[in-house]
Design a binder for this molecule. Structure first.
Ligand SMILES: Cc1ncc(C[n+]2csc(CCOP(=O)(O)OP(=O)(O)O)c2C)c(N)n1
Ligand SMILES: [Mg+2]
Length: 332
């Protein structure tokens, strides 16, 4: 198996630092979300991706404009890295009309047609058929686009997972399935709900190329995604990545975490994707203290700007609340 320092040596100069920055942006945004949630500025549900960000950062970096992304309710980072501005994300969580869905979606339903970010889907496995539909449309229209679908390993227990993989493989659709295997679906450990816990193996049963990747090593994720995305785009049919990762925080803001040992969390924390890459970059002489501080400051400033924007925002006026229930006539 190739180690992170070995991958770094083979990686284009400067690009790994870009990935580090992308992960920092997600981390900072979500740390702020937790803070704002405890201050009751953000309400409803909130699921953070802290610990898992190497997955979104590595995969999304391989996409091209026009490619589509479908994600779950743990999607703040995916939206940000697909190009939805932090300000529009935070305003959405505040329930403001300036949010990417006019404040009607909130944390779990970020959506942005402009960047082809198709949610933000709260139903477990609900995004898979949507991704298959998007990919079918692209195939029928002859567009060389890729749809990437992120979902948790909890989705494997749902019928939609199996129906979606089957149809995508049968019709050779341009979709990349990315299973974020963080070992738990709320409080249920994978081994308590699945007879076969090797998810890539299970996916391969549908006759699509599937392999497992270390989801804490952003360069490994990037390398695997590059290979898969290029293959999907060239017409080689659907691909499947099982990204082995871990969430450092609770499932949502309401979770006493009685289902796992603190020592297990501590063990995974040692493999924090940001720390791993930072160390490798420093050891390779590609990152010094000054640049590290600069990268953090850039991420902090971006988030501070987003908070300012959300704080200055406004809720939707009551008279607009019935808009968009039915589609509106386009003004000629
Ligand atoms: C169809 C459906 N069943 C149950 C739920 C309740 N629920 C919300 S999150 C979740 C766990 C999903 O775990 P996983 O897919 O592994 O994603 P993770 O939260 O670990 O990212 C469940 C069961 C739901 N949202 N949708
Ligand atoms: Mg999970």
């Amino acid at each position: 198996m190739t180690s992170l320092p070995e991958r770094l040596a083979a990686h284009p100069a400067g690009h790994a630092q870009h990935l580090l920055h992308q992960m920092l942006r997600v981390r900072r945004l979500e740390e702020k979300c937790v803070e704002l949630y405890t201050e009751a500025k953000i309400r409803g549900f909130l699921h953070v991706y802290i610990g898992e960000k190497a997955v979104a950062a590595g995969v999304l970096d391989t996409l091209e404009p026009g490619d589509a992304v479908v994600a779950t309710y743990r999607e703040h980072g995916h939206a940000l890295l697909q190009g939805v501005p932090a300000a529009a994300i935070l305003a959405e969580m505040y329930g403001n009309v300036q949010g990417c869905c006019r404040g009607r979606g909130g944390s779990m339903h970020l959506f942005d047609a402009g960047t082809r970010f198709f949610g933000g889907n709260a139903i477990v496995a609900g995004g898979l058929p949507l991704a298959v539909g998007l990919a079918l449309a692209d195939k029928m229209a002859g567009r060389a686009r890729v749809t990437v679908c992120f979902f948790g390993e909890g989705a494997v227990a749902e019928g939609e997972f199996h129906e979606s993989l089957n149809l995508a493989a049968l019709w050779q659709l341009p979709v990349l399935f990315c299973c974020e295997n963080n070992l738990y679906a709320m409080g249920t450990a994978l081994g308590r709900s699945e007879s076969q816990t090797d998810i890539a193996l299970k996916a391969a049963g549908y006759e699509l190329a599937a392999w497992a990747v270390d989801g804490m090593d952003v360069l490994a994720v990037h390398e695997a995604a590059r290979r898969a995305v290029d293959a999907v785009r060239s017409g080689a049919g659907p691909h499947f990545l099982e990204l082995r990762t871990y969430r450092f925080r609770a499932h949502s803001m309401f979770d006493p975490e009685r289902y796992r040992e603190k020592s297990e969390v501590a063990r995974w924390l040692e493999r924090d994707p940001i720390t791993l890459l930072r160390r490798a970059l420093e050891d390779a002489g590609q990152l010094d203290e000054a640049r590290w501080l600069e990268l953090q400051k850039e991420a902090d400033d971006e988030v501070a700007g987003a908070v300012e924007f959300a704080e200055a925002g406004t809720p939707e006026p009551v008279e607009d609340l019935t808009r968009f229930v039915y589609s509106e006539r386009v003004q000629e």
